[in-house]
Design a protein around this ligand. Structure first.
Ligand code: ZN
Length: 253
């Protein structure tokens, strides 16, 4: 068959989607994002835009894969001190993920891949998996762990000689990724270092980012370059594709 016009499910007609599934497009990615602040230099769509772009790259790499509409808001209570953030309660996100899986499986996708470019979604997305496993007739592959998301960023910074403390929420690695993938979301004149001390994640989630960083970000976005963003993207896509292929292989054996 001819390739569908787009890997993005929402841009295709039902007839194109039916044709693609029947012709072997048996895998669908469900990208999780957030609508939350990442400092004064990034549009609040950052995580959702990142998820959309990474989803397309992973789909192209895997082949015979479509990308479901990004779940845009995530669980972002600890960013509510900054204007614009929209936060789902964990149970809202769990219900949305569950309904996505039900819907996609009912159309005949065999494999549903859940990932999130906002680490704050991992607890809720993982918590709903047992329910999905008993209710949904499809293999569900998850990429919901911190190392899988963070290690490619750290390796990229190391490869470019950027100190690891330059990363963080709205820091060098994520700002670079946006310069590469969605440069219109970066306000370069607003890029300046954020809070660079060590803060336990538990402190950030209980007290909120505003207790630590006046501008909302951590690390140093001035170290971001488009080349670094290309490196981060390549490493993330490779890591995600490897994990998906391993998990799918396990299930077919
Ligand atoms: Zn986030």
């Amino acid at each position: 068959m001819t390739e569908p016009r787009s890997v993005y499910l929402e841009r295709l007609s039902w007839k194109e989607i039916r044709g693609a599934i029947d012709a072997g497009f048996d895998t669908v990615l469900v990208p999780g994002g957030s609508v939350e602040q990442h400092g004064p230099h990034l549009g609040i769509l950052k995580d959702a835009a990142w998820a959309e772009a990474i989803g397309a790259e992973v789909a192209h790499e895997l082949g015979e894969t479509l990308v479901a509409p990004v779940i845009r808001p995530g669980t972002s209570d600890h960013h509510m001190g900054f204007a614009g953030t929209i936060s789902y309660r964990p149970e809202t996100l769990m219900a949305v993920v569950e309904d996505y899986c039900h819907s996609l499986a009912s159309h005949g996708f065999d494999t549903i891949v859940l990932f999130s470019m906002h680490g704050g979604n991992f607890p809720a997305m993982n918590a709903v998996l047992p329910r999905i496993a008993t209710e949904v007739d499809a293999k569900v592959v998850t990429l919901l762990d911190r190392e899988l998301l963070i290690d490619p960023l750290l390796e990229s910074l190391d490869a470019f000689g950027v100190p690891r403390e330059a990363r963080g929420h709205g820091g060098a690695a994520v700002t670079a990724s946006m310069l590469h993938l969605r440069p219109e979301l970066v306000l370069e004149e607003e890029c300046r270092p954020g809070y660079r001390g060590e803060v336990p994640t538990s402190t950030l989630t209980t007290r909120g980012l505003d207790a630590v960083s006046e501008m909302g970000h951590m690390g140093d976005p001035t170290r971001a370059t488009e080349e670094l963003g290309r490196e981060v993207t390549g490493r993330l896509v490779d890591a995600f594709v490897d994990r998906i292929q391993t998990e799918r292989g396990n299930c077919h054996e």
